[in-house]
Design a protein around this ligand. Structure first.
Ligand SMILES: Cc1cc2nc3c(=O)[nH]c(=O)nc-3n(C[C@H](O)[C@H](O)[C@H](O)COP(=O)(O)OP(=O)(O)OC[C@H]3O[C@@H](n4cnc5c(N)ncnc54)[C@H](O)[C@@H]3O)c2cc1C
Length: 406
């Protein structure tokens, strides 16, 4: 049974009245986007979030992801949920139609992302990291890298990761030591260890595409000497099929206070001869490129705060409705009432909820969600500016959009 329901009405209000959905729908490339379509997608996302993801949150927390002999088994139910997630087209929502995405506005995909995060934070981290890797490859990958990786990452068939952190290099990425040795054939051998890699290993998909920071020989010291490489778990043949197992292996996963079902992996690159990778963009500009992923992650982590506050609010509201305590103010000997009757309790809802559309009577709106919405609108402007031009595969968003409406 689910104990989360997406605040669809609030989201519709914020998108329309505060964030300028009408304006976003007028942007070039959004001709097929209508208010009805947006509503239908929000409703379907609510069904998936409340019906599939939210019930798995508890089992995910209790069972967690399990490491054994280099493999990671996700929590019970995870594989099936992920299969439904990708088959329903959710991973492709705001991605580029040239590579199989649905090209829907970020304003919409952000509201949908909030639902995944409220319903099941640990699950949501997998598509979150994949989205960032897609964005980085989209902006800085070569055509060959884009053709090889993007369609399967966008469809959800493969996932993506972000590999910055090393034991001695956390906040201070100037200390990154992972090495990349050119092989003379356009590939590089990667040697080093990365820690804290979200969904660095799992059993949800056949392949995992790692974006990895490493240093070329003779690279300058510090952050100006870091390059970005794409290193798949399985090498990919020219026809797109999976090739040999690459030399990147999961040594362990972290024991964390929360998000037990999100595997946070220690990855060893090159312990058995070198992990094969290819360079993304220009040498020594890796950190700059990685900021594409990091900024996606920062934005998504901001949404996590909102999403968790929403879930907590829903729990608190239910408790306040169930808990009988005291009588109404000024009514001596009267019937016992739930604590929602008490003025002191009613003034407690968190700021995130006050910023919503006022679904609960008596709650005040602020413009926080409106500001969040303006950020989304600006992102849509930038994304659509980039997307101008013919679609390479002749795919129209309508061709795939139906997939988001199972
Ligand atoms: C759940 C989880 C998932 C993660 N997923 C990924 C992932 O997918 N990919 C990845 O590459 N990394 C990931 N990380 C790693 C994360 O990016 C690092 O934890 C982060 O960069 C901080 O590094 P650190 O933990 O070594 O802390 P440190 O760098 O050791 O910092 C410790 C404390 O000191 C403070 N501090 C450090 N330097 C300064 C300074 N100059 N001025 C002021 N304060 C400072 C920090 O703010 C922090 O509070 C993940 C971490 C967690 C916990």
């Amino acid at each position: 049974m689910s104990n989360y329901n997406a605040p669809v009405r609030d989201m519709q209000f914020v998108m329309r009245e505060l964030a300028g959905l009408d304006e976003v729908m007028q942007l070039p490339g959004n001709e097929e986007v209508s208010a009805d379509l947006v509503d239908a997608i929000l409703e379907e996302a609510d069904k998936f979030a409340s019906g599939v993801l939210a019930p798995l949150n508890w089992v995910g927390d209790q069972e967690g992801a399990k490491w054994k002999d280099g493999e990671v088994a996700t929590a019970p139910g995870w594989k099936d949920a992920y299969k439904q997630f990708s088959e329903s087209g959710w991973s492709a929502l705001a991605c580029d139609p040239d590579y199989g995405g649905q090209g829907l506005p970020k304003l919409l995909s952000t509201a949908v992302m909030e639902m995944w995060k409220s319903a099941n934070m640990a699950f949501s981290l997998c598509p979150m990291l994949t989205t960032g890797a897609i964005e980085a490859l989209m902006l800085r990958g070569t055509d060959a890298q884009k053709d090889m990786y993007l369609p399967k990452m966008i469809s959800g068939e493969w996932t993506g990761t972000m590999n910055l952190t090393e034991p001695q290099a956390g906040s201070d990425l100037a200390a990154v030591r992972t090495k990349a040795e050119p092989q003379g054939d356009g590939t590089y051998k990667i040697f080093g260890q990365k820690i804290f890699i979200t969904y660095g290993e799992h059993d949800l998909t056949d392949n995992i595409i790692h974006l990895v920071l490493a240093r070329l020989p003779d690279a300058p010291e510090g952050v100006k000497g870091i390059s970005l490489f794409v290193v798949p778990k399985y090498l990919v043949n020219a026809d797109g099929s999976l090739g040999a197992r690459n030399d990147v292996h999961c040594v362990s996963i972290e024991h964390k206070l929360g998000i037990h079902a999100s595997p946070t992996a220690v990855l060893a690159f090159g312990d058995r001869g070198g992990a094969i990778g290819t360079l993304v963009g220009e040498p020594n500009r890796g950190l700059e490129y990685m900021f594409i992923m990091m900024n996606e992650a920062r934005f998504a982590v901001g949404m996590e705060g909102l999403a968790l506050a929403e879930r907590a609010y829903q729990h608190a509201l239910q408790y306040a409705k169930d808990r009988i305590q005291g009588t109404d103010a000024g009514v001596r000997g009267g019937p016992k009432v739930n604590i929602l009757h008490h003025a002191d309790v009613r003034r407690l809802p968190p700021p995130c909820r006050r910023s919503r559309a006022g679904a609960e009577p008596g709650l005040r709106r602020s413009d926080d969600s409106g500001r969040q919405g303006l950020v989304h609108r600006e992102l849509d402007r930038r994304h659509l500016g980039r997307r101008a031009g013919p679609r390479r595969h002749g795919l129209h968003r309508g061709d795939r959009r139906g997939a988001a409406l199972p």
